[in-house]
Write a protein that binds this ligand. Structure first.
Ligand SMILES: [Zn+2]
Ligand SMILES: [Zn+2]
Length: 270
């Protein structure tokens, strides 16, 4: 796993960041995210900020920002704010934590030693979490986020748009979609076709979030119950064909697509 520093202002910036959840960055930094998950530490720059490191977490996945060409999002998990912010000049013995020359890059790699020292100075013990826990952590943090918005039925269009944007990110490859694919296998849950074989030996499949069918999504819609594994063709169909409303059944959902009644099994046997 590589270690990164991400420049981030604690009170937002010109970018569409959400501290502890989403990092918005120019695509020229994409290479730094080649190896995922990556552990990162946030740094608030001097210009307009306090020159401190203030939190750490993991970058779980990266996806392009389709509304803003030339930019991308990094999905963040396991975020922890430092108990004590770490001043740039507070490195024991030698002054600054990083070399001033590298500071021009908003996203930069640092050594494992340096990474762990900064976290220790911030009062955070870094733990390498396994995949199932990472799944819990992403789900829980997004759920908390959703709950902080007004109740279903009382949300304004702006809040609904924001919720939908959060949920859209759920279809991108992440700890959650990997978990669902592992659990349900690589066959399409609508037509049963297995995905083609990829160069790495695994099968291709996509994950669809059923929130498209919910007008005012409840916080629970982040659970795997709302996710289905589909082939590329059936996935497009769910987005563009005539799709009815979701009807809950004991095993998952029933939904009409064109003239077909489809059963989607999304409740895993315990
Ligand atoms: Zn299919
Ligand atoms: Zn979809």
């Amino acid at each position: 796993m590589s270690n990164l520093v991400l420049n981030q202002y604690r009170k937002g910036s010109g970018y569409k960041d959400v501290v502890g959840r989403l990092y918005h960055f120019p695509v020229r930094y994409l290479n730094a995210f080649a190896e995922l998950p990556s552990a990162f530490v946030y740094y608030e720059p001097r210009e307009g900020g306090e020159q401190i490191y203030f939190g750490a977490g993991k970058v779980l996945s990266v996806y392009e920002d389709t509304e803003d060409v030339g930019h991308a999002y990094a999905e963040i998990g396991n975020y922890e704010q430092f108990h004590v912010p770490v001043d740039f000049y507070s490195k024991p013995g030698s002054g600054t934590w990083e070399n001033a020359k590298t500071m021009r890059n908003s996203v930069r790699r640092i050594s494992n030693d340096l990474f762990e020292s900064i976290l220790a100075a911030g009062g955070v013990v870094y733990s390498n979490r396994s995949a199932p826990e990472a799944h819990e952590s992403v789900t829980e943090s997004l759920q908390r986020e959703l709950r902080s918005f007004p109740e279903p039925g009382k949300r304004n269009p702006f809040v609904l748009r924001k919720i939908r944007r959060i949920l859209e990110s759920y279809e991108r490859p992440s700890a959650v979609t990997n978990w669902v694919k592992k659990k349900r296998g690589d066959s399409c849950q609508i037509c049963g076709v297995r995905g083609f074989l990829k160069r790495d030996g695994t099968r291709y499949s996509e994950v669809h979030h059923l929130f498209h069918l919910v007008n005012d999504p409840p916080a629970e819609c982040l659970s795997p119950e709302y996710l289905v594994v589909l082939c590329a063709n059936c996935h497009r169909r769910m987005h563009y064909a005539d799709v009815g409303t979701l009807v809950g059944v004991s095993k998952g959902w029933k939904v009409r697509v064109d003239a077909d009644e489809i059963l989607l099994v999304t409740r895993e046997a315990a």
